[in-house]
Design a protein around this ligand. Structure first.
Ligand SMILES: Nc1ncnc2c1ncn2[C@@H]1O[C@H](COP(=O)(O)OS(=O)(=O)O)[C@@H](OP(=O)(O)O)[C@H]1O
Length: 287
């Protein structure tokens, strides 16, 4: 880790652009309220999608916030530098996102009744999405070749560490009915069905018409057009969408266009080894 673009926090690589000691202290000292809602993800697993969906479900489908407030202020990251500015002003129930592994959540989170939506995505697609993101984001190191980046991903020398550690930490958490597990792939396949589950989980009784409106607003093609969500407000020298748009493809299985058979074999073998003995199964394990 020779770059000044990153630093280690409890052994996990974080980007200096939006994290520092102060923001991490703020996150650790954060007083979680029982009404708080956290959408937790390993990077590139559906965070931006949740920043769109969760406020809509919580407010009964009113599109105003998602059409007028940038996602990073609408549903802020707990651990980022903006959190201190934004979070204390959010009306209850506060919705926020985080990439933190379970054990690095603020101490006040554990005894609270705050709810968690944990989104998992096929790690091969996570890696592909992250590879393209590293090419367009000037605050991150160039990813190198696809093969080099694959090796970094498997060894956890990437933002927020190993995918397997993150997933195991949250899948093994003891949060009972405080946590809802969903996958990116389910959302791609049946967003309307996921919205119904999510509304029930968050205690919101949305009408059929509202669910349809939310599903329509949150589909990839519409979100791509929403300037409050597609990162077009970020200057091009920071995120260059001509290299790769932030909302890039929005599909399941794009890894098949990137992985060689050898890379697929290696990636699968490493993941299998690390998930061995966990009882955590995903639909893509059989692919
Ligand atoms: N509405 C919708 N439908 C389908 N896919 C969507 C949607 N919104 C975001 N995305 C895709 O999510 C990927 C970005 O992940 P994150 O938002 O978690 O990124 S980040 O961690 O906040 O940087 C990135 O995936 P890729 O397209 O594979 O790169 C986005 O396109």
């Amino acid at each position: 880790m020779a770059s000044d673009r990153y630093f280690l926090h409890h052994g996990i690589l974080l980007p200096t652009v939006v994290h520092n000691e102060e923001s991490l202290k703020y996150a650790n000292d954060f007083k979680v309220q029982d009404s708080d809602v956290f959408a937790i993800t390993y990077p590139k697993s559906g965070t931006t999608w949740m920043q769109e969906i969760v406020p809509l479900v919580l407010n009964g489908g009113d599109l105003t916030p998602v059409q007028t407030i940038p996602n990073w202020d609408r549903v802020p990251w707990l651990e980022e530098t903006r959190a201190a500015l934004v979070l204390n002003r959010l009306p209850s129930p506060r919705a926020m996102v985080s990439h933190m592994p379970y054990h690095l959540m603020p101490p006040s989170f554990f005894p609270s009744k705050a709810k968690v939506i944990y989104v998992t995505r096929n790690p091969k697609d996570v890696m592909v999405s992250s590879f393209h993101f590293h090419k367009m984001a000037s605050f991150l190191d160039d990813p190198g070749t696809f093969d080099e980046f694959l090796n970094k991903f498997l060894s956890g020398q990437v933002l927020f560490g190993k995918w397997t550690d993150h997933v195991k930490s949250w899948r093994n958490s003891d949060l009972g009915d405080r946590i809802l597990y969903i996958t990116y792939e389910e959302m791609v396949k049946d967003l309307r069905g996921v919205l119904e589950r999510l509304s029930r989980f968050l205690g919101r009784d949305l009408s059929e018409e509202t669910l349809d409106r939310v599903a329509n607003h949150c589909c990839f093609s519409n979100m791509k057009l929403n300037a409050m969500s597609n990162y077009s407000l970020v200057p091009q020298e920071i995120m260059d969408s001509s290299k790769s748009p932030f909302l890039r493809k929005g599909v399941a299985g794009d890894w098949k266009n990137h992985f060689s058979p050898e890379q697929d074999f290696k990636f699968t073998a490493v993941l299998k080894e690390e998930m061995n003995g966990t009882n955590i199964k995903f639909p893509w394990d059989e692919e």
